[in-house]
Design a protein around this ligand. Sequence first.
Ligand SMILES: NC(=O)c1ccc[n+]([C@@H]2O[C@H](COP(=O)([O-])OP(=O)(O)OC[C@H]3O[C@@H](n4cnc5c(N)ncnc54)[C@H](OP(=O)(O)O)[C@@H]3O)[C@@H](O)[C@H]2O)c1
Length: 315
Amino acid sequence: MSLGLNVIETTWLLLGILFFLAVSIHTISLYFPNECEKSQAFILFQDLIRYGKTKKSKRDTWLRVFDIPKRWFWHFYAVSVLWNGLLVVVSLRAIQRDEPYPSWLTDTLSFLAGSPATHGQDPQVCSVAVQVLLWIHCLRRLAECLYVSVFSDGVIHVVQYVFGLGYYILLGLTVLCWDRMTGGKGSPAPPVLAQLGVVQAAGVLLFGWASLLQHRSLITLARMRTGASGAVETLAHRVPSGGWFELVSCPHYLAELLIYVSLSLVSGGVSLTWGLVVLYVLFNQVLAALLCHQFYRSKFESYPQHRKALIPFIL
Ligand SMILES: NC(=O)c1ccc[n+]([C@@H]2O[C@H](COP(=O)([O-])OP(=O)(O)OC[C@H]3O[C@@H](n4cnc5c(N)ncnc54)[C@H](OP(=O)(O)O)[C@@H]3O)[C@@H](O)[C@H]2O)c1
């Protein structure tokens, strides 16, 4: 692979670049609104980067053909809970019973990591910890989609839907690839506690705090649509307030970014693979937050001026 990157690292790098370009093109386009509105390519671009409330309400019929209900978001997390749950079980069996990975998984990892399996290499404890945290994250998000969030009739593009389904499969494989690339070469693994240190502990703490922030933010959004009894009273989009919403328009996107930073810490802190994953999530969430922030500012005249999109006082 060019730059010495393997398939999995190249994939995350390309995804990061793709979303960086999307942020850049969108930002530049704000200076040329009239020219952009006339371009069919730009209209398609906007349709591919926007979803939910930030999608334009008046869109051509041919674009609507690709619409998928946004309330199907739970599909992503259901796939992830099943897939990443399976990978956790496979890893635990490898550690406890010394069972090798199934051959289809070994072959897939060899292709993605660009290196053959090392005989006798058990998954590292911090890799299993990342797998378990990722699984907990997706289980919580699944429960929130099904039991907390109140969805309107918003839509996502079928390309975004297919990407979302594949995303958590790729992420689970990334954890195992990273483990293979950094694990000991057949030597006995150090004791469990010796594999976990201050950095991992900080990662777990950050994971807990960011998960709480995301959960509370999603509850705030849901309560804006329900009455005291919990019954849905409106599907309108309103101005969120309270807590971290006073600082940024999208604290749940900031929390998402911090959750990936925390997984990176639990994996050991410094690694190219996790750095590229975090970079992708950064640009992905920056794009979504900017679109959401601009939506609020254009729709609500009295939208708080000091409020940023994603990162308090900065962006
Ligand atoms: N890792 C990734 O690549 C990735 C990608 C995308 C999302 N995510 C994460 O998934 C989570 C959900 O993302 P999302 O984009 O769906 O968030 P979102 O657009 O803010 O929607 C969350 C929920 O709140 C509702 N809502 C949004 N704005 C509202 C408002 N102003 N008034 C009332 N209700 C409102 C939405 O309903 P409607 O939209 O149906 O109206 C939906 O039910 C986030 O935490 C995000 O970080 C991660």
